[in-house]
Design a protein around this ligand. Structure first.
Ligand code: GLC
Length: 428
């Protein structure tokens, strides 16, 4: 295979990106699954390292790894119900245990415990529910003898990067079309040369030409991955979030419950990322049986019901940038329309400020009903609305404002130049 230089590779990626990543820009919302031997410990997926397990001690867990049949199907079913469009599974977390039938890594779920290919079950479930398929793949490996040694021993480094290539090659050849390769933790090597990423990723991409790859193998690849925060990065990006701010892996449900997000908090995250042109990859850590943790089920179902009605405000390739038009709502913008997600309901009337473009129509996404309005310069007044917000699912009503031109929002009070004399002059 003819390998490209780094600049040529990055250029080729940029040139093909729109075609490869289009579906993902529309999707906006995905499910992250952290599942592995750490699930049995239930004290964070880093337990092996944090608690100084020896490899021998930790390996013993493998015999007890036995999720109930059909668990991945349960995850995919819930993801679908929640309005998510894709899933990413930890096929092998830092602990080094592979959840598939791997020749390169005999420490896997087919040789131990339940003797099942969980990745296969996951892939089948994603396909059944029409969800795009993502494989998380750790670069760090606490089980592999060269996982640490590769940092200072050239031969170990060669063996280890060959191993990384081999396991990912298996993942990208044994399961048909795969949509996302989600690398994690490029430790202990601190450059793409160290990891041989340029070559490995080109070889892997040749196996799955449409795949998108995240930015954690020390090359920027296709998209950024802010973790546990929602800050937009340059280009395409996806915020990955735990369900409770404490752990990606399973934690005792009853105790994790008070720290877990509710539907409203998750919808606020989704609004924020979608409004800034990003995606939300929301994690669940199933329990040892593979059950979705109880605290995640109801919020996700609520979100799915809400998105079935209000999805227009969240999905789709949209303009980057959300505008403040009223203190009770946040907004997303798409195709000459602005969507105000009302976290609190203002009552019968509300004033929206800074609206430069001429408003054509205002309506509730919930019902499609038009809302009466007047527009006086930059101020829009919505009138005769119901006393209580019209959304019965999550109590978050969305008001859609449609314009004949791309939305323009300007805060007059911050721009003295827009004021002539005493009176505020809305026209520029
Ligand atoms: C981290 C953690 C890890 C988790 C990941 C998800 O870097 O090491 O446990 O899987 O982030 O983004």
């Amino acid at each position: 295979m003819q390998l490209l230089s780094k600049p040529d590779y990055l250029e080729a990626l940029a040139a093909s990106r729109d075609a490869r990543i289009g579906w993902w820009r529309e999707a906006r919302f995905g499910m992250f699954i952290h599942f592995g031997l750490h699930t049995l410990i239930a004290r964070n997926e880093w337990a092996m390292a944090i608690e100084d397990f020896t490899v021998g001690e930790y390996e013993k867990l493998a015999d007890s790894f036995c999720p109930k049949p059909g668990a991945p199907r349960q995850w995919a079913k819930l993801a679908k119900e929640a309005g998510m469009k894709y899933m990413v599974l930890t096929t092998r977390h830092h602990e080094g245990f592979s959840l598939w039938d791997s020749a390169a890594n005999p420490y896997n779920s087919v040789n131990y415990g339940c003797h099942r290919d969980i990745v296969r079950e996951f892939v089948d479930a994603c396909r059944e529910f029409d969800l795009k398929i993502g494989f998380y793949s750790s670069l760090m490996d606490w089980h592999h003898p060269d996982g640490g040694r590769c940092a200072y021993d050239g031969e170990a480094r060669k063996r280890f990067t060959d191993y990384i290539y081999a396991i990912n090659r298996e993942l990208l050849t044994q399961y048909g079309k795969i949509d996302i390769l989600w690398y994690d933790v490029a430790w202990p090597l601190d450059s793409d040369e160290g990891w041989n990423t340029l070559e490995i990723n080109q070889r892997l991409r040749a196996l799955q030409p449409d795949i998108i790859i995240n930015n954690r193998s020390r090359l920027p690849e296709d998209f950024g991955t802010p973790e546990e925060h929602l800050t937009a990065t340059e280009g395409d990006w996806e915020a990955c979030m735990t369900f409770n701010g404490i752990s990606w892996g399973y934690l005792d449900s009853a105790q994790a419950q008070p720290y877990s997000y509710n539907a409203q908090q998750i919808l606020r995250m989704l609004c924020r990322v979608s409004g800034s042109g990003g995606n939300l990859l929301l994690n669940i850590g199933p329990d040892r049986e593979g059950n979705v943790p109880a605290e995640a089920v109801a919020p996700l179902q609520t979100i799915g019901k809400w998105l079935a009605v209000n999805g227009e405000a969240a999905y789709g390739k949209r303009e980057r940038g959300s505008y403040t038009i009223n203190g009770l709502c946040s907004t997303t913008v798409m195709n000459n329309a602005i969507y105000g997600w009302f976290w609190l309901w203002p009552g019968k009337e509300v004033t929206l400020g800074g609206v430069v473009s001429k408003l054509k129509r205002a309506s509730f996404l919930t019902t499609g009903d038009a809302i009466e309005f007047t527009q006086d310069g930059h101020r829009v007044r919505l009138k005769n609305m119901p006393e209580k917000g019209p959304d019965a699912i999550a109590n978050i009503a969305v008001i859609k404002l449609e314009f004949d031109e791309p939305v323009r929002i300007i805060r007059g009070s911050y721009r003295p130049a827009l004021h002539k004399g005493k009176e505020y002059q809305p026209a520029e």
